[in-house]
Write a protein that binds this ligand. Structure first.
Ligand SMILES: [Zn+2]
Length: 413
């Protein structure tokens, strides 16, 4: 008799564990879930457990989760990936974007705009990458990756970035291979001589490290040919940033007749990645609007974040996404250009999607309607009636930013 009672108690305990256990940490319900890699764009529920995506389904029971987030009317996206940012923050004077005040500490500027992965674009070179890793990458909750500058000393501005003698393909590739978890490619920027050597050194480092190269091109008088860069110097998969810029010493992709250059179409077809890299001087509506009207859309949308751009027309990645939304780029394409396309561009295909088992980096966005103004880097305004806003950000399964308390309980409950 005693044995039977104990058996029944055990059975009761077992069944209550099985049927009432809250197996998920977070359940996001009723949002429009956009996961480009998996071809999903529909209202779905998403469950998270132990930092991983546990389940995506039309409906998941609330009983199964400890925390419920109602995302009705909102977009649910993989955590945003910004492939052109400047985050080698430090206190060195006159160091431009390498261990400097103008490069921003990651966590203060990432989560509040839905970004879970930031790629510093050339702040560090092979000489100071360890300093960047120890002081910034290892201290950040944001996933911080790096395009290593072909200049050994990194992006310190002025003469340092013109020094071809400090552009060492072999040493750059060695350090890139030493830190495969953090370094995703090689950067060349700001070189203003009439000379292909820096481009060739960066491309060679990319070949040796088997990683993509990102180029911020132009500045020389006479100009180096943009067509030669696209069709001969870069490989498919290499990245051309500042796609919609019109700066001295670089041919714009939209010509004086308002047409996208034939070689730009050919380059994108060839596999060159066109990245926005908005920044403080590299995004003009007079380039972007006609390009978008002709269907020349960016592969990736990135910020070129630093103190100058964030206080100018750029602001943050959702503001740039809003510009493209108001230029009639479909929402799913905008999400692709900030998640899955970005992950592929940096060859980190474990990121940028919501597959079961993937890291639970998730961004919830709101599309607001009203009267808004957007500013380009010439100070020109474009009016719009839609604006994206970051509602909530989850990094590694934890809520790290929550604008309106979607994940919080009422104070008087
Ligand atoms: Zn930059």
């Amino acid at each position: 008799m005693i044995c039977l009672t104990r058996l029944m108690t055990l059975l009761f305990l077992f069944s209550s564990l099985v049927f009432n256990a809250q197996e998920y940490d977070i359940l996001i319900k009723n949002g429009r879930l956009i996961d480009v890699k998996n071809g999903i764009d529909k209202v779905s529920d998403l469950a998270i457990k132990e930092g991983k995506i546990a389940e995506v389904a039309k409906s998941i029971s609330e009983k199964k989760a400890k925390k419920i987030i109602d995302a009705k009317g909102l977009l649910v996206s993989p955590g945003l990936i910004d492939i052109h940012s400047h985050n080698f923050h430090g206190t060195e004077h006159n160091a431009y974007l390498s261990n400097s005040f103008t490069a921003l500490p990651p966590d203060g500027f990432s989560f509040r705009s839905g970004v879970t992965t930031l790629v510093d674009c050339g702040g560090a070179g092979w000489r100071n990458f360890r300093q960047f890793k120890e002081n910034v990458i290892d201290q950040s909750k944001t996933r911080v990756l790096s395009f290593l500058n072909i200049v050994g000393s990194g992006m310190k501005g002025g003469a340092i970035e013109q020094n071809i003698a400090d552009m060492d393909s072999k040493l750059t590739a060695i350090v890139a291979k030493q830190f495969p978890n953090e370094i995703v490619g090689v950067k060349l920027a700001h070189y203003s001589g009439f000379d292909w050597t820096p481009t060739e050194r960066a491309a060679e480092a990319g070949r040796l490290a088997d990683k993509p190269v990102v180029i911020d091109f132009g500045g020389s008088q006479p100009e180096l040919s943009l067509e030669t860069l696209f069709m001969e110097k870069l490989r498919p998969g290499d990245i051309f940033t500042h796609a919609y810029a019109h700066v001295n010493g670089r041919t714009p992709i939209v010509n004086e007749n308002g047409k996208v250059e034939e070689f730009a179409w050919a380059a994108q077809k060839r596999g060159i990645i066109f990245d926005v890299g908005h920044g403080g001087g590299s995004f003009l509506f007079e380039q972007a609007v006609p390009a978008m009207k002709q269907g020349f859309i960016p592969n990736t949308i990135s910020t070129d974040l630093h103190t100058g751009s964030m206080n100018g027309g750029m602001k943050d990645i959702v503001n740039i996404m809003s510009k493209f939304l108001n230029m009639d780029m479909p929402v799913a394409d905008i999400i692709a250009a900030t998640t899955w396309n970005s992950a592929k561009a940096i060859k980190r295909e474990e990121l940028g999607h919501l597959s079961k088992g993937a890291v639970a980096d998730v961004t919830i966005l709101n599309i607001r309607e009203g009267d808004f103004g957007f500013i380009d880097t010439k100070g020109k305004r474009m009016d719009g009636n839609k604006k994206l806003e970051c509602e909530l950000t989850i990094r590694d399964g934890k809520v790290v930013y929550d604008l309106n308390g979607l994940a919080a309980v009422p104070w008087d409950e």
